[in-house]
Design a protein around this ligand. Sequence first.
Ligand code: PA5
Length: 446
Amino acid sequence: SKLEVKLNNMLQFASEQEVMSYREKINLCQKQIEEKSGKGNDFLGWVNLPAEITEEQLKSVEKVAAELRGKSEIVVVVGIGGSYLGAKAVIEALGNSFSMLNDNGTKVLFAGNSICEDYHAELLKVLDKHSYSIVVISKSGTTTEPAIAFRLLKQHLESKVGKSEAASRIVAITDQSKGALRKLADTEGYRTFIIPDDVGGRYSVLTPVGLLPIAIAGFDIRKMVEGARKAMSDTAANVPFEQNPACQYAAARNALYAKGKKVEIMVNYTPKLHYVTEWWKQLYGESEGKENKGIFPAGVDFTTDLHSMGQYIQEGERFIFETVLSVSNSSNKLTIPEDPDNLDQLNYIAGKRLSEVNHMAKLGTIVAHNDGGVPNIQISIPELSEYWIGYLLYFFERACAISGYTIDVNPFDQPGVEAYKKNMFALLGKPGFEEQGAELRKRLGI
Ligand code: PA5
């Protein structure tokens, strides 16, 4: 069993030759990744991360996870962007869809990924009634959204259990020496985990940023790392282009981009993968969207979105391609029952598993969308398990770095995310931003 990348439903839009034409360039990109000689080469710590994680590091994550689980009904994970989406994606993909209704087991909730007043007020009300701990994650230690949420939660927890007990229930994941969160954690005596300098937020799921919340949610992080290790060797520079799934995916999407397909829609057929798509969107959007270049990453959840976005995909502007991410085997078995009355006229599929029906929906859609002018790349993994999620996430990271280098951008920076922050600070009256604040108010007419 393996992760497969299939290109046969895109080759009528960009030929095999056109995909192959990326071989030389991509082989060079692969070399640059491994030799650390390309753009942003001080942010390549994620490349060997799966192999470099030590037994000691895994043990210390597991130990803190077990301790927090032992004393908390809820663990609130505070973070945004790369300090949020990896853990959220894995927990949603592997967890029971209705785990919120289970009485036993620690629940992982998220905060600080928005500034929504209602969300945070409702969360604090829930926390009034439950024992809880906090994992606060910020590499820079200065991001506004998680900082606001953490200030609220810290005060709530301290008034609930006292300052010293609160300190034992708070774990910070941040830079080893820089940033406000590091200073706060050291002053308050919180336990901390370090985000390595050379691993950017969106590539950090295999550091404690992802591993601690995932372990708290009850999943086996060792299996996840094992899967990522296998992906690391399967996508390495010494694996030839034709057999290397990351090279194939990077080449195919760039061949389509060159044909004017500027939007890539990640398609799934299970709502469990919704947040894997969100994670992927951040990874690719933030890595490639710069210098007026880059494929715009979008996402849909099928079959539900076939009843909404399906119309556009079938017949709207022809600047899109799809990447269909599927899981070959379901963990549960459910067959459609026979009904003697057959009033709903479904007996023709009685006895079939839902996964088979879902599979046919997928195949039918691929052909329909091809007929409508939409190329489809297909990626499949055997099952939703820790091992295969670890594999998949590393595969996407590797393909993203290759793809970013292919269009000659630095896939590891994000200069564009600063623009809104400056304006927000100015409008909120942050000291030092007075002049910009006045100018912005004029432009906004407020
Ligand atoms: O990928 C990135 O670098 C960003 O999305 C960051 O993860 C996000 O902005 C949060 O940053 P920080 O962890 O510094 O709070």
